[in-house]
Design a protein around this ligand. Structure first.
Ligand SMILES: Nc1nc2c(ncn2[C@@H]2O[C@H](COP(=O)(O)OP(=O)(O)O)[C@@H](O)[C@H]2O)c(=O)[nH]1
Ligand SMILES: [Mg+2]
Length: 454
C-alpha cells in the first residue's frame, strides 16, 4: 500500500487546470461520495440512485449559502474511473467557486486527494494495470501527435496484454524446467534440454523485442535528434532557421558566428524532431572555437541523424568527406548530405546521387530533405511499443540478464532449482512492470508525479 493514500477515505480534488475557464470540475470518490454530494446539492437520495446520470443542481456550502449552480455527474461503483462511487461537480470555471466546493466536501468528511490518487484507486481495484496507469500520465504529458498515439495504446493496455502473454510463457517454461530437469530420465534429458533451449531462446528474443520497442518508443517521446554540421559559412544556421520557419540562429557571412549549440524542435507528420545547429567544423587554433567544435561533435554523437551541409560555390562532396575524416567525426546511424546555395550555381548535374541540392536561403530542395526525414522517422520508430519510462527499461534489462543466465545454466547443465531461481528474477521483473509485484517506492514514484485530481 501507499502511504497517505488510505482507501477508506473519500477523496476530493479540483480536476481541471488552475485558472479561470468556461467550466471547472471537482471530483469526489469513495464510500461517502454520494452522502457528501447530497449535502452539497441538497438533492434527495433518489437522484443519485443510478449511475451515468447528469442533472442540474445548485451547490451550497455548509452555512447554506449558494456557491454556484451547475451539473452533477453520478458514477456508481463499480462503473466509474476509480471503481468507487464518483461524483463530479461541473461548476463555472472560477477557482474561488471550485475551492469552495472542495472545502465544503472536506467539511462533510472528504479528504483532499493526493497526486494521482484517483488513478491509484483505479489501479488498486484492478481497473487498470500499472502500465495503463502510467499511460494516463503519459497521455496528459504527450507533447507530440505520435507520442499521444503511443500513450493511448499504453492506456488501452497494449503492453499489459503483451507482458501477460510473456508471463504465461515464462510460467509454462518454469513448470517444464521443474518437471523435466528434476524428474526426467537420464536418457531423454538431452532431447528435453534442446527443447528447453529453444524455448529460452524464444523468450530471450521476446525480451529483446520489447527492449527494441522501448528504444523506438522513447525516440517518439523524446524526439528524433538531428545535428547540422559543416564548415563555417556553409549555411547551417540558415538551414536551421528555414526548418524552424523562424530566425532562431544568427546568420552572417562572418565565418565562426555560431559558437554554441542552438537547439529547437519542429514537427513533421506528427513526429517530433529536435534539431541542433552547431559551430562550423574546421581546423582552428582559437580555444573558444575549438570548444565549439568539440560540442558540435558531442551533439553529433547523440543524434540519430547528421545533416552534413556544404557550400556548393566553394566546396565539393569529396572535400567535405575528407574534412570529416581528418577531424575523426563519427557519424550517427543516418547521414544526409546537402549541397547548399544552388541559387548561385548554374549547373548541379555533376552532384553525386547521395547529395541533395538545396538553397537554404530560398528554401529550395527542402521537399526532398523532408522526404528523407519522414522515411528515417518511420524506420526509427517502426517497432515502437508504448514502453517509454526508465522504469520499464531497467526492469526489461534485468529480465534479459536473468533469462541469459537461465540459458547459460541450461547449457552448463545447472540444476533445475538454480534455473528456477533465475526464472523467478525474470518473472519478478516483468511483474514489476505491470504492477503484479510492487513496492511502495515504485508506486510512490509513479503516482506522486501525477497531477492532483487525476
Ligand atoms: N546565396 C545563398 N547564400 C546562402 C545560402 N544559405 C546561406 N547563405 C549565406 O551564407 C552565409 C553564411 O550562412 P550561415 O547560415 O550563417 O552559415 P553557417 O556559418 O554555416 O551557420 C550568410 O551570408 C547566408 O546568407 C543559400 O542557400 N544561398
Ligand atoms: Mg552558424
Amino acid at each position: 500500500m501507499l502511504k497517505g493514500y488510505d482507501l477508506e477515505d473519500t477523496i476530493v480534488a479540483i480536476a481541471t487546470p488552475p485558472g479561470r475557464g468556461a467550466i471547472g470540475i471537482v471530483r469526489l470518490s469513495g464510500k461517502q461520495a454520494i452522502a457528501i454530494a447530497q449535502k452539497i446539492t441538497r438533492q434527495p437520495e433518489k437522484r443519485f440512485q443510478k449511475g451515468h446520470r447528469l442533472f442540474n443542481a445548485s451547490f451550497y456550502n455548509e452555512q447554506g449559502q449558494c456557491i454556484d449552480e451547475g451539473l452533477v455527474a453520478v458514477f456508481k461503483a463499480p462503473k466509474s474511473y476509480t471503481k468507487e462511487d464518483v461524483i463530479e461537480f461541473h461548476c463555472h470555471g472560477n477557482p474561488r467557486i471550485l475551492e469552495q466546493v472542495v472545502r465544503t466536501a472536506i467539511h462533510y468528511g472528504a479528504r483532499l486527494a493526493q497526486p494521482g490518487e484517483f488513478t491509484f484507486r483505479a489501479f488498486y481495484y484492478g481497473a487498470m494495470d500499472l502500465t495503463q496507469a502510467e499511460g494516463v500520465a503519459e497521455l496528459i504529458a504527450a507533447n507530440n501527435p505520435k507520442s499521444q498515439q503511443l500513450a493511448l495504446q499504453q492506456l488501452k493496455g497494449e503492453i499489459k496484454t503483451q507482458l501477460q502473454q510473456l508471463r504465461q510463457q515464462l510460467l509454462h517454461f518454469t513448470a517444464l524446467i521443474e518437471l523435466e530437469l528434476d524428474f526426467a530420465d537420464e536418457d531423454v534429458e538431452f532431447a528435453e534440454r534442446t527443447t528447453l533451449l529453444n524455448t529460452v531462446n524464444e523468450l530471450e528474443k521476446e525480451i529483446h523485442r520489447l527492449l527494441k520497442g522501448f528504444q523506438a518508443g522513447n525516440t517518439i517521446k523524446e524526439g528524433i535528434r538531428i545535428t547540422i554540421i559543416g564548415k563555417p559559412n556553409a549555411g547551417k544556421s540558415t538551414l536551421l532557421n528555414q526548418l524552424l520557419s523562424e530566425q532562431k540562429a544568427i546568420v552572417s557571412d562572418i565565418p565562426g558566428t555560431t559558437r554554441d549549440i542552438i537547439e529547437d524542435a519542429f514537427y513533421l507528420e506528427g513526429f517530433l524532431f529536435r534539431i541542433a545547429d552547431t559551430a562550423g567544423l574546421r581546423q582552428s587554433e582559437d580555444p573558444i572555437e575549438q570548444e565549439g567544435i568539440r560540442r558540435s561533435l558531442n551533439a553529433l554523437s547523440q543524434s540519430h541523424i547528421a545533416l552534413v551541409i556544404y557550400d556548393l560555390t566553394t566546396d565539393n562532396f569529396q572535400n567535405i568527406r575528407h574534412l570529416l575524416k581528418s577531424l575523426n567525426v563519427s557519424l550517427p546511424p543516418y547521414t544526409i548530405y546537402l549541397a547548399n546555395k544552388i541559387d548561385q550555381c548554374s549547373n548541379i548535374d555533376f552532384l553525386p546521387t547521395e547529395v541533395i541540392p538545396i538553397s537554404a536561403k530560398e528554401g529550395k530542395g527542402l521537399s526532398k530533405l523532408y522526404e528523407h526525414l519522414r522515411t528515417i522517422a518511420n524506420e526509427l520508430t517502426s517497432d515502437a511499443l508504448p514502453l517509454t519510462s526508465l522504469r520499464h527499461y531497467q526492469a526489461l534489462n534485468r529480465a534479459l540478464k536473468a533469462i541469459q543466465e537461465v540459458k547459460k545454466g541450461l547449457q552448463e547443465q545447472r540444476s533445475g532449482e538454480m534455473l528456477s531461481l533465475d526464472l523467478r528474477v525474470v518473472l519478478d521483473a516483468i511483474g514489476e512492470i505491470t504492477g503484479e509485484i510492487t513496492t511502495e517506492d515504485i508506486l510512490s514514484e509513479i503516482f506522486s508525479n501525477f497531477c492532483i485530481g487525476k
